[in-house]
Design a protein. Structure first.
Length: 205
DNA sequence: TGCCCGATTAACT
DNA sequence: GTTAATCGGGCAA
């Protein structure tokens, strides 16, 4: 397995798995999250290989849905296979995939991609940064893929979104989630071992 | 209505 | 390693 997933995860070069349907996301968030490592996310054909995610379960104090349904988190309470987009720190957008059966209010935060498709568009949107920093962080990847609050609630199996399963085994590492104060010790952050496109390295990775 | 704070980032020292 | 930027959500009054 290529250290950075380059050989296997570029859709136009090596092919990728089948497009993921809603039933893929209808499982436990703790199964879906590691299974998304190595999958490919495209928005209007721009995107790449998912290398870092975090799981947020409804019973988890760090989850936006923990204190019940509100206008902001309503999408989390809806059917799986849709995106929950929220504004972070009043500045950035962050994107989640809603998981588990409808009403579970659990989701996976997409934290980093290896850029694969639409590099020119991503560079234009992100400004003068190295390719390593194009999508290495939840706010950065939303800027690179032009994901905004307008996409909140959109389906992952309909344009402009498309998610494809990985087509080869990957080595997944886990560790504590980033930037939270509640339940900060839970190892619910998952990443592609050794990838240089992580927002931060994992301790043992 | 007011206040506190956050699932972040980039530009500093 | 530290810090400013920046604003909507959620809760108290």
């Amino acid at each position: 397995m290529c250290r950075n997933c380059n050989r296997y995860c570029q859709p136009e070069k090596s092919g990728h798995g089948a497009q993921l349907a809603p039933d893929f996301f209808a499982r436990s968030v703790h199964e879906v999250a590691p299974d998304l490592i190595g999958a490919t996310l495209l928005v209007d054909g721009v995107g790449g290989c998912i290398v870092e995610v975090e799981a947020y379960h409804h019973a988890d104090p760090a989850a936006h849905s923990f204190n019940g349904r509100t206008a902001r988190n309503a999408v989390m309470f809806g059917p799986p296979g849709h995106v929950y987009v929220y504004r972070s720190y009043g500045i950035h957008w962050c994107v989640n995939f809603v998981c588990e059966p409808e009403g579970s209010a659990s989701a996976v935060l997409i934290r980093a991609l290896m850029p694969v498709a639409g590099l020119a568009a991503m560079r234009r949107r992100r400004g003068a940064v190295s390719d390593r920093l194009l999508c290495s962080g939840p706010g950065r990847l939303c800027q690179a893929l032009a994901i905004t609050g307008a996409h909140n609630g959109a389906a992952l199996d309909r344009p402009p979104f498309a998610v494809y399963a990985r087509n080869v085994p990957v080595e997944v590492v886990a560790g504590p989630r980033i930037g939270i104060t509640k339940a900060a010790e839970l190892p619910w952050r998952y990443g592609l071992k050794g990838s240089r496109f992580l927002s931060r390295s994992f301790g043992g990775a």
